[in-house]
Design a protein around this ligand. Structure first.
Ligand code: KIV
Ligand code: ZN
Length: 388
């Protein structure tokens, strides 16, 4: 089968990078439940855990490996034999196992985390890949803090690990530092200067410290990366990881990019709720794609435009991401058009004069009450009937 050059692989790390968040730890059965839903969503790779980190995490990788059929199951390691042995052992039931190993690539990490040199770190990277390759064919290498790494050194490292057997090379913006054009240029530089780059897939793994994770991931894809790493709801260390639902919907909305994934976007809303509930991590109401307000229209100008033609204020249909429906929220900023819409929904068809008087009563109420519900609307029209 010919490889599709426009296919973007989706690597989910909700159960690894996402689960590192304090308070978000999951039990093995909870992780299995999420892994099965990720499989139904259509992700290509599930990063199931960091097996050396704890017996519980090890066991979760074992059980997820037994539970899913289609996606590749991936386990994280540092660049040392003990971590790699544990990962290989935890993946023994996986139908499609992948070991994800790596080491720091920025001078900051080389000097101040490893107290080492570029040469020594390069050697450790290559040794780790060769060692992991004894266990499995599919090896992903991560060059931690690549966002701040010297690009020429990064290119040397990537070329060396591909020569050692890496099949995917992950270029993480670990600290969410890069601007989109910087990150995109870094990926392009690797694409153009690493001699054996066509033997591996470039992966983007962006953090959201400056709110740029999605923009940076897209810039990476536009410059030649074909795997994107992220989490559901964008959960993850500090300000989080790239949110998978955002990247997928950017690619769907901007077909001009010519890139596509295998994701069933209709599953997003339900899975977002499951992850939020199980991880005890609420989704901010204005979160793109899955937040409670993502499809709520509340100002008069927007409501009027939306009711004339929803595409005036809707670039994604809520049903396309499994969202129950768009909503017209009644507040003191709403107009007559929105009030009439809700009254008609309740079966009240008012003429112009009655609507005007109901609207002035509505404004008085809405100035004093944040949440206008159906009962309030009924009281507006019954008040009018009693008065008559
Ligand atoms: O952000 C990062 O650099 C990581 C690596 C371990 C892949 O999560
Ligand atoms: Zn990360």
């Amino acid at each position: 089968m010919l490889h599709d050059p426009n296919r973007v692989y989706v690597f989910d790390t909700t159960l690894r990078d996402g689960e590192q968040v304090p308070g978000c730890q999951l039990t093995t059965p909870e992780k299995i439940e999420i892994a099965r839903e990720l499989e139904a969503l259509g992700v290509d790779i599930i990063e199931a855990g960091f097996p050396i980190s704890s017996p519980g995490d090890f066991q979760s990788v074992v059980e997820i490996s037994k539970s899913v059929k289609e996606p590749i199951v991936c386990a994280l390691t540092r660049a040392n034999k003990g971590d790699i042995d544990a990962a290989a052992e935890s993946l023994k039931y996986a139908k499609r196992p992948r070991i994800h190993t790596g080491i720091g690539s920025s001078d900051m990490h080389i000097k101040h985390k490893f107290n080492s040199t570029r040469e020594e770190i390069l050697e450790r990277a290559v040794d780790a890949v060769k060692y992991a390759k004894k266990y499995v064919e599919d090896i992903e290498f991560y060059a931690e803090d690549a966002g701040r790494a010297d690009v020429v050194y990064l290119a040397q490292m990537i070329e060396a690990v591909i020569a050692a057997g890496a099949t995917v090379v992950n270029i993480p913006d670990t600290n969410g530092y890069c601007l989109p054009d910087q990150y995109g240029s870094k990926i392009r530089f690797l694409k153009e200067n690493v001699r054996n780059i066509d033997q591996a897939i470039i992966s983007v793994h962006c953090h959201n410290d400056l709110g740029l994770a999605t923009a940076n991931s897209i810039a990476g894809l536009q410059n030649g990366a074909r795997q994107i790493e992220g989490t559901i709801n964008g959960i993850g260390e500090r300000a989080g990881n790239t949110s998978i639902e955002e990247v997928v919907m950017v690619l769907k909305t901007h077909q001009v990019l010519g890139l596509h994934t295998n994701i069933n976007a209709k599953n997003f809303y339900e899975l977002s709720h499951m992850v939020s509930t199980q991880m005890r991590m609420p989704v901010q109401p204005n979160k793109a794609i899955v937040g409670n307000n993502a499809f709520a229209h509340s100002s008069g100008i927007h409501q009027d435009g939306f009711l004339k033609n929803r595409e005036n204020y809707e670039i994604i249909r809520p049903e396309d991401v499994g969202f129950p429906s768009a909503s017209i929220v009644l507040t003191a900023r709403s107009g007559r058009h929105a009030l009439r819409f809700h009254l008609e929904r309740l079966g009240f068809h008012l003429d112009k004069e009655d609507l005007n008087s109901a609207y002035s009563r509505f404004l008085t109420l809405a100035d004093n009450k944040l949440d206008i519900n159906d009962e309030d609307l009924l009281s507006l029209v019954t008040f009018k009937m009693v008065k008559d």
